[in-house]
Design a protein around this ligand. Structure first.
Ligand code: ZN
Length: 256
């Protein structure tokens, strides 16, 4: 092969490579234009109710959200599931924890708080995550409920604020829920309470409490949902899944 031919072949290779680079570059850009929700849980829910843990069940319910990438993360993953690269591109972080709150590293909690307060990342805290470190740090209060009793059978959820975005398409519904949290809930006064509920106890008594509460913390939006005890299949319920989808859209920062 003459040297000219070699140059011609090399040139062709360079042109094709550049073209491919541009093409894949665009594809990557289009992909990153999707917003990102990370669903985090600690992996302590029983596999009889949650074969793919709670984060897996919630992610499944979020699957129909258009324009969203849904990422599942857990405490056993590298960097406790939230390496900087992922945390920094998350628009919303959903958190379920119960027994392992104490194992979550303070440094990670600091980063989560910063992302919410300074960058406007949305935070959704579920059930026993009221005592999770990021939940407490963002609320700045004890975050304790008046009582925790495993004596309920069902929870009837009612829509208190039908005009709230998180209540869109949601009507009153009842789920099996064997653990009730009783008022008062030691948190700052919420800006909105889209959902209230009534726990029915085994002896027939009823215990009402707030179920869905909203705040703004710094630049970020925060939603707490009280239902979600790990022995009840709460996150498979279509009403709850609608609430989770609405909450993700609501909590997300405005598109840049
Ligand atoms: Zn529970």
């Amino acid at each position: 092969m003459g040297s000219r031919k070699v140059y011609a072949v090399l040139l062709a290779v360079v042109v094709v490579s550049l073209g491919a680079g541009l093409f894949f570059g665009h594809a990557a850009e289009a992909k990153s234009a999707k917003r990102c929700v990370v669903v985090w849980s600690e992996g302590t829910a029983g596999t009889d109710v949650y074969p793919k843990d709670i984060n897996g069940a919630i992610a499944e319910g979020l699957g129909s959200l258009e324009g969203w990438e849904v990422v599942v993360a857990g405490i056993k993953d590298p960097e406790q599931g939230l390496p900087d690269k992922l945390l920094n591109r998350a628009d919303v972080l959903i958190w379920w924890g119960h027994k392992k709150h104490g194992l979550v590293r303070d440094k990670l909690v600091e980063k989560v708080v910063k992302r919410v307060k300074e960058d406007g990342m949305g935070f959704i805290s579920l059930h026993s995550a009221h005592f999770a470190k990021p939940n407490k740090a963002l609320m700045g209060t004890e975050c304790s409920w008046g009582a925790y009793e495993g004596d309920s059978t069902t929870l009837k959820v009612t829509v208190k604020d039908p005009n709230h975005p998180i209540a869109k398409g949601v009507k009153e519904f009842t789920i099996d829920h064997s653990e009730r949290y009783s008022e008062p809930y030691a948190v700052p006064e919420p800006e909105a309470v889209p959902f209230e509920g009534v726990h029915t106890l085994k002896d027939g008594r009823e215990d009402p409490s707030r179920i869905g509460l909203c705040w703004t913390v710094g630049k970020g939006k925060f939603f707490y949902f009280q239902a979600g005890h790990e022995t009840n299949p709460v996150y498979f319920d279509e009403n709850v899944r609608q609430i989770m989808r609405n909450a993700v859209e609501w909590a997300a920062p405005a598109k840049k």
